[in-house]
Design a protein. Structure first.
Length: 502
């Protein structure tokens, strides 16, 4: 029996149709995965359901109601039995477990502490959560804190439980405990929407999968009817044989041959971002890349290489020489440059001009107490504005007033001005027009032909195939394969991401 039905849900933002006539159905006692790549519409659908966004079209029906539900706020959703546990735990670590479970829910001026602790202990036992009601929450592991958040949600007469990336910061043992709790809730008739990027976890615990792509419903599938490789194909919007005949246009490495010393090499590298230890190398003039679904760990790998995340094990070498890279300035001093995935957060400084953003990395290397003259700054800025065809009124225009594609070119100019030996580009073409994408891909191949080593990461497999001569495949934050030559095909990439043909 359905506990939730969302029919014909549409939601638009200025210039963007985030959801287009999407249907979603959740049954009692079901764990239902909501899958899709970045921008697919998962978060928007969840926010419509929980009252964070108001839908433009469509209706929401819940078991027990004889008409469409009206959900205009998270409080409305909670009153209707819809609870959400987010990736970031939103509890108070300085309070006890019981206080966290009942905060904001006690009535009257006086709290019946004995009853609250007894009730909390009863729920914790029923759900087999290894915690005590009087225990301070901060003394619990992250996994147990996540379970306490779920216990709070379930105790509020929850009919629909939404788990948004609940396993992203858990180890394997903690994930197993969380899954046991989810199965326990399934047996009690709770409908669970599970949002995750981990394919293995979906196939371990879920009953059904709904796939979204570009704001539209791709389909709803029983887990047994959708092999992993087909799920990947539906998320990416590619059939298995699409593009299999495309040949990489990348320059093959022809410098020092197979026995040449890599420009950069990592052994057993691991950071505090949760990736498994990995080995990696790149040679002079090579374009390689990390590929995998969103959340697979591809960005975390390059952040570890650049020292943007704290490295906790492993070693790095440049041209056969051991180097210590514990922070970005160490990488920069060793000739490594990094264009980050999120240009708004980690790239541009919006209130500074195009000129100031371009010279930033080189000025850091030189030292802020030895500033470039204004004449030098304009010389550098004008050179790269012309080279990369950056559309700006002048070098003094605030970068925040430029289009996304031109902002991306400014950040690229910043790193090219440094003349790096090894350039890392993480999603350099995301959110920019097709023409600019082609320009950046051609520039990458040109830089490689001139001897620069480039790691290129893109969610669009087509771009990776056109640009890279070698790809490292990621799944669930670990390296699961490496593809070169005739193996660089759409179908081989997807089957490797999925974990074989199963």
């Amino acid at each position: 029996m359905s506990v939730l039905e969302m029919k014909n849900i549409s939601k638009s933002f200025p210039g963007v149709r985030a959801l287009q006539h999407v249907d979603f159905r959740l049954c009692e006692g079901e764990i239902h995965a909501l899958m899709g790549e970045n921008g697919a519409g998962k978060s928007t659908l969840i926010k419509v359901l929980t009252g964070v966004y108001e839908k433009d079209e469509g209706e929401i029906f819940l078991k027990g109601l004889n008409k469409a539900a009206v959900i205009r706020s998270p409080q409305d959703a909670q009153n209707l039995g819809i609870s959400t546990v987010y990736q970031e735990i939103t509890l108070c670590p300085n309070l006890s477990v019981a206080e966290n479970m009942y905060i904001g829910r006690t009535k009257g001026m006086v709290t019946n502490w004995k009853k609250m602790y007894n009730d909390a202990d009863k729920i914790l036992r029923q759900l087999d959560i290894p915690a005590k009601a009087r225990q301070q929450l901060s003394s619990c592991s992250i996994a147990v804190q996540q379970m306490v958040a779920i216990a709070r949600a379930v105790d509020m007469d929850c009919k629909v439980l939404i788990l948004d990336e609940p396993t992203s910061s858990l180890d394997e043992n903690e994930v197993a405990k969380l899954f046991n709790l989810m199965r326990n809730l399934r047996e009690k008739g709770v409908g669970i929407i599970f949002v995750t990027h981990f394919l293995d976890q979906v196939y371990e615990v879920c009953d059904k999968i709904t796939v979204l792509r570009d704001g539209q419903l791709v389909g709803e599938y029983v887990i047994e009817d959708l092999p992993r490789v087909k799920l990947v194909a539906k998320m990416l919007g590619k059939e298995l044989d699409d593009m299999s005949d495309i040949k990489s246009e990348a320059m093959e490495y022809k410098g020092d041959g197979a026995d040449g010393v890599p420009v950069y090499e990592a052994q057993n590298l691991q950071s505090n971002a949760g990736i498994k230890p990995f080995d990696f190398y790149i040679k002079k003039g090579e374009v390689n890349g990390f590929t995998g679904l969103l959340g697979s760990g591809r960005s975390e790998c390059v952040r570890a290489i650049f020292g943007a995340d704290r490295v906790i094990s492993g070693k790095s070498q440049m041209n056969g020489r051991k180097v210590k890279i514990s922070k970005p300035i160490d990488a920069m001093k060793n000739g490594i440059a990094y264009l980050p995935e999120d240009r708004k957060v980690d790239g541009i400084i919006g209130d500074l001009s195009v000129r100031e953003n371009i010279i930033l990395a080189l000025q850091v290397l030189k030292g802020f107490f030895r500033p470039f003259s204004k004449a030098q700054q304009y010389k550098f800025a004008d050179e790269y504005i012309k080279l990369l065809e950056i559309k700006t009124a002048s070098a003094d225009t605030p970068i925040k007033s430029l289009s996304g594609g031109n902002q991306q070119k400014v950040i690229l100019a910043r790193w090219l001005l440094m003349n790096p030996e090894y350039l890392i580009l993480d999603e350099p073409t995301r959110g920019i027009d097709v023409g600019t994408k082609v320009e950046i891909q051609k520039l990458v191949l040109k830089l490689a032909s001139e001897g620069m080593s480039v790691t290129f990461i893109s969610s669009e497999t087509d771009e990776m195939l056109r640009t890279c001569s070698r790809m490292v495949v990621m799944r669930d934050r670990k390296v699961v394969g490496e593809l070169t030559g005739s193996d660089l095909t759409q179908s081989k990439i997807m089957s490797t991401i999925a974990g074989g043909d199963k």
